[in-house]
Design a binder for this molecule. Sequence first.
Ligand SMILES: CC(C)(COP(=O)(O)OP(=O)(O)OC[C@H]1O[C@@H](n2cnc3c(N)ncnc32)[C@H](O)[C@@H]1OP(=O)(O)O)[C@@H](O)C(=O)NCCC(=O)NCCS
Length: 175
Amino acid sequence: VTAIAIRPVMTDRLTLEPLRSEHAPEMFAVLSDPALYEFERSPPASVSELAERYTRQEARQSSDGQEQWLNWMIRLPSGELAGYVQATVTADRRALIAYELASRFWGHGYGREAVTSMLAELVATHGVRDSVAVFKCRNERSRRLLTHLGFTAAPDEILQALDVQSDESVMYRPH
Ligand SMILES: CC(C)(COP(=O)(O)OP(=O)(O)OC[C@H]1O[C@@H](n2cnc3c(N)ncnc32)[C@H](O)[C@@H]1OP(=O)(O)O)[C@@H](O)C(=O)NCCC(=O)NCCS
């Protein structure tokens, strides 16, 4: 299995840093924001639990080599970390994307800027054909972000390939 090469990505205002386990202490503070868990999931239990997760993700692929795990930390001009963007790329070159920013950084266009630049990098460097996002139906912020980026409701063919819950929405964008 060959190692997955992942590059830093510079945007107008942000640096997207490839995930390293050393990001865990800084990201633990970012991910401890309760506003992130209004619709789903819960915060990491401890810095060491997050560091273990990041050490696994640093492999950047599943053990069978079928999936690539691409994660970038979002670094602001101030030097602080704001959150992350993430893509799981399948063997058929489809990206399942996710993103989270701490709430004190919402509403500055950082989410849109980070996700836009990740999508461009996925196409340019990782051969991604289309991107899919699964999120809770009530998560209007996420829906608006995706709509601004040209995502639309996913076709049935994509829904059938995923394990989607009744309270989840799926949006899709061909590249
Ligand atoms: C969804 C999420 C990433 C959006 O992040 P964000 O940085 O606030 O997004 P943006 O700032 O790009 O867009 C939010 C609003 O700010 C506006 N905005 C303010 N200043 C802006 C600027 N300088 N440039 C662009 N947009 C700007 C946008 O127009 C947008 O408004 P709209 O939704 O009414 O159109 C963030 O709310 C989040 O992390 N939520 C919790 C985690 C989550 O739900 N993740 C999704 C599940 S995978």
